[in-house]
Design a protein around this ligand. Sequence first.
Ligand SMILES: [Zn+2]
Length: 329
Amino acid sequence: MGEIRPKTEDGTTEPQEPERTSGIVRVVGVSPEIENEALEFWKQKFDNQELHETEREKAPDEIMMIKKVLAHLSEFTSIYGGKPVPLKMENIHIIDPDQFSAEAKQKLGNTKGWYDLSSQSATIISDRNNIDKTNLFHEITHELMHFSEFSSLMPHTVVEKDGSSNTLMAQRRNGFSVAVMKDNKPEFYFNDLNEAITEELVARFIDKYLLSDQSVVSSDYFMKVINSLGHGDAEGSKFSIPDIDKYLMITSFSSRYNEEREKLWRLIVDIKAKNSDKFKSPEDFFNIFAREYFTGRLLPVARLIEKTYGKGSFRELGKETKAKNQFKK
Ligand SMILES: [Zn+2]
């Protein structure tokens, strides 16, 4: 079916933006030629997935779960204005926990997976002898959400001790997160909010597409997700403004980011209270954040924050919620 595109003033059709060919949407601060070259470079990385030596073949249950996520992720991304990534089974890699050294395990903490920009892959840690389907499904959805979030790069010049310099491509934006250079190193502002939004999107994804699909996750988990979104029948499950504590309690569906989610919802509830005429529900407000996550257009959120809390408050919020360490997941 043809797409309806807006007409410009002289009646011609707006040039259509190119399809997304990898996790990277844009390269900024370079000529269009360099940008095209860089996007082609990332496409090659994306298309040619190498098997890491520590990786193993996916188990049938893992393949089934990845397929279920991939079947709906493009549509979900488009709903929030994002450009879907043409993800394939090969972009997702599985590693057994016994492949990590004790030191590496400590470093990983409770991390169960990550999206790696440089290899254009998502890696999930899963024990072949004890596949925890609920947890695994949650992790797959979380990491593929990161793969689908808005992502841009910028040139970054590194000056060596001997005075020579080298220009590399560095991450500029991922989802809601913005790289801010400090001492020539990027700090990822808004990282905590980005993780919170990712988790909220996972809940909405499951609610929308996998309701009652118990071949994937436990019914107990589904109930928590459904209740959290106010779709269940359980008493008191509807999320109302003064109920934020209850909301967060109900929705702690194996989320590693409940602290971050609390920060996000307290912010949403507070902004809503101060802009009561503008937005109907907390969900309307969440949608503004979610659209930014997928489109990279920060302005609507930035304006709202500055209008609510004053000039400079958006940057301040970014600083308060920046990544605590270099290991993002
Ligand atoms: Zn994450």
